[in-house]
Every structure is written in structure tokens, then in C-alpha cells.
Design a binder for this molecule. Structure first.
Ligand SMILES: [Zn+2]
Length: 391
């Protein structure tokens, strides 16, 4: 059966249990029913009842079931049918969009990038709809869902962007608007949370129950997975590491106006501002600032070191509060890691309390594609919990 002849797409099958079963097969398959039951702490009967509609709808298959001489047995491992449907993931920034089409195993089948010429909601939605149209042509199969990741405070349960500083958006019901523009169900998520899901499924978070992804660059972001679950908090705001007040004597935060926020010391603009203040040099950007530091400018080097010290204290805060197995440091700010990483690690180990300091600190540059893939992975997670958004 070719994909174009596939049966019409069904609405999400099953309930929260079916969703958990599907995710277990997706992340660990091929996997036997008995192992799914053990992993989820459910009875064999429950697993049979949950997998049946997923098998019938073509989302799961018994591994080897295509061999007609060997009829399926209850112990035959299950795997996800990757090409059952496709999902689009988009990373939305202040100046461009990166989109990918993935199959149900989150394998990237195509990617596209477009520049944004304006950041008002109508212009961005039009650009996003255009990108989705391009990506629809890139695969031969049904695209059923769209996930969008962007920086700022996103309430995924409501599908609303509460505040996106890089776009200057407040209270934009983006999921609803995009759904009307594309005809697809849409999930909106904070971009670092989406990246964190990507790391949990197929990156450096795959083998640990609890980890944090901290991103640095224009801002400071943080995604948290605790005991296997992404942490949203009450309204999607969990992980605002950038606005943890670490230094009462620190500079005012350009984003929130408070004093001593992590972001006010670690963000690119903070580093550049410190150099400008110390040396009187004007018109620097973060690349020029890094170049200056590398060529021996003491004020520039000190600015990166100071940022590294605050970053290290922020990472120790994460470790002391949540005791993750691992902290993954990423974001475009890593381009200057040679200038701050030593100071950050020193501050981290100084302030990490007891065995919180056993937490592994990993630096991992991740391309835009990975962020977009994370947004698609979030959309896949919502495949079977459409009636309970935000889970
Ligand atoms: Zn702040």
C-alpha cells in the first residue's frame, strides 16, 4: 500500500495510557509488550487493550509481522510505523524561520529556512504558512501536525505566546491563528523546552532521568526534565533561569527591569555593555567583543570571565535546586566558550552543594535544525493527548 492510498487519517486514538504506550514504543522500540508493561507498571491486559487500536490504526506494527509465515504472537516486539504520518517542526526567531518535516520517529526528511522581513503577527504567520506549504511539497505523505518553538513565555496548554521579547509579542493566541492559516493542529512551545525534548529523545538526555538544557546567547534559557517529564510549571514559565536574581549589586535587567538577573550579566548585550563601559569602545557586537578578548584586550577578556562566573553560579543554582544528572549547555553563545568556560566551571564547582556537584556539565553546540526537530517532537508527543493539551 502506498502512502497516497493510505486509509484516511483517524483522530487521535486512545487515551493517556495509549499515549504513554506509544511514547514508550517510540523511544524504546522495538519492544515487547511485556517490557512495556514492566516499564509503565501496567498489567499485560492493559497493554493489550491500549496497543490494539494503535495497531489497527497503523501507528504500531509487530516487528516481523510482514512475514506471513509467522503469524503475530503476543510476545512479538512492537515498533512505531515511522511513515504513518509526518509532522512539521519550526523554530521561530526574531529574524528567520527554520522548518523540518519529520516522520513519527522524528527522523528529518526535509528542511527549509526563510528570512523574516517583519515581526508583526500577520507577517510572521504568513511567512510560517508559506514555509509549511513548502515543506508539505517536500514529502510524499500526509502531514498531520505542526509544532512551533519560540523564545519567551509560552503557555502550551492555551497555545498562547504570553510574551516573546525578540518579537515584541504579548498574549498572541498563536496556535489558533496558525491552525486557521495552515489547517493543521498546532502545538506551540518555548524553544528551549522544544530543544530539551529533542535532547531527551535523541540527544544528550537520552540515558538520564533528570537533566537541564541551559542556552546562552541573546538571552538565557533553561529547559528541565525531571524523572522523565518536561517541567512546565503552572503556566509554562518554569526554567526562567535568566531572571534568577543572583547579584543584588548587579546591573538592571534590560528585559524585566529588576536588578541582578542572570541574563543581565550573561547575555551577549551584557558582555558587550560591560566592555563598552570599561573601555569606552562603542559599536561592538558579540563577535567583535570575542575577537577583542582573544587578541589580548584585558577589559574584553574580563567581561567574558565575569559572565562565566555568573553563569557558573546559575548552573550551580540549577544543580542545588533540582539535582539533575546532567546539565547541557548550548546556544549560540557557545561560540565564545573558550573565553568563559573555565570561569563558569570554577564557579559551578565552588557553589554546587555536596553531590549536586557530581552533575555532569556538557557543552553541546546544536544547530537550528535540532531546535526545529524538537518542536516537531513536541507535536508528536501531542498526537494522542489532543484532548488534554499541555500535558
Ligand atoms: Zn530579568
Amino acid at each position: 500500500m502506498t502512502r497516497t492510498q493510505q486509509t484516511p487519517l483517524l483522530p487521535p486514538v486512545g487515551d493517556a495510557t495509549a499515549a504513554n504506550v506509544f511514547m514508550t514504543v517510540l523511544t524504546r522500540g522495538p519492544i515487547a509488550r511485556s517490557e512495556i508493561a514492566y516499564t509503565l507498571g501496567l498489567s499485560a491486559g492493559t497493554i493489550s487493550r491500549s496497543t490494539k487500536p494503535l495497531l489497527e490504526a497503523g501507528y504500531l506494527i509487530e516487528d516481523g509481522a510482514a512475514d506471513n509465515s509467522r503469524p503475530g504472537r503476543p510476545t512479538m516486539p512492537l515498533r512505531v510505523v515511522a511513515e504513518r504520518e509526518f509532522v512539521i517542526g519550526v523554530k521561530l526567531t526574531g529574524d528567520h524561520l527554520v522548518g523540518v518535516v519529520v516522520d513519527l520517529l522524528a527522523n528529518v526528511r526535509a528542511s527549509r529556512e526563510v528570512s523574516l522581513t517583519a515581526t508583526d503577527v500577520d507577517s510572521v504567520v504568513a511567512a510560517l504558512a508559506g514555509l509549511v506549504a513548502q515543506l508539505r511539497l517536500a514529502v510524499d505523505g500526509p502531514i498531520t501536525r505542526l509544532g512551533v518553538g519560540l523564545g519567551g513565555h509560552v503557555d502550551p496548554a492555551a497555545g498562547t505566546v504570553r510574551y516573546a521579547p525578540f518579537l515584541d509579542w504579548r498574549d498572541v493566541p498563536l496556535a489558533r491563528i496558525l491552525s486557521a492559516a495552515t489547517g493543521l493542529p498546532v502545538v506551540v512551545e518555548n524553544d528551549v523546552n522544544a530543544l530539551t525534548v529533542a535532547e531527551q529523545w535523541f540527544g544528550a538526555g537520552i540515558d538520564v532521568p533528570s537533566f537541564a538544557v541551559v542556552t546562552i546567547g541573546a538571552g538565557v534559557g533553561c529547559g528541565l526534565v525531571l524523572n522523565g517529564g518536561l517541567v512546565h510549571g503552572a503556566s509554562g514559565l518554569a526554567g526562567e533561569l535568566g531572571h534568577i536574581p543572583l547579584d543584588p549589586a548587579g546591573p538592571p535587567c534590560p528585559r524585566c527591569g529588576n536588578t541582578g538577573c542572570v541574563e543581565a550579566a550573561v547575555a551577549d548585550s551584557a558582555i558587550v555593555g560591560r566592555i563598552t563601559q570599561a573601555s569606552g569602545r562603542d559599536g561592538l557586537d558579540i563577535l567583535a567583543a570575542a575577537q577583542l578578548a582573544r587578541t589580548g584586550d584585558a577589559a574584553a577578556a574580563a567581561a567574558f570571565t565575569a559572565a562565566g562566573q555568573v553563569l557558573g553560579r546559575a548552573l550551580a543554582t540549577v544543580a542545588n535546586l533540582l539535582n539533575p544528572n546532567r546539565i547541557i549547555l548550548s546556544g549560540e553563545g557557545l561560540a565564545a566558550s573558550d573565553l568563559f568556560e573555565t570561569a563558569a566551571r570554577q564557579a559551578f564547582y565552588t557553589h554546587a552543594y555536596g553531590s549536586a556537584g557530581d552533575c555532569e556539565l556538557l557543552t553541546r553546540p546544536l544547530p537550528d535544525d535540532t531546535w526545529a526537530r524538537g518542536a516537531a517532537a513536541v507535536a508528536i508527543q501531542h498526537l494522542f493527548v489532543a484532548r488534554a493539551p499541555g500535558r
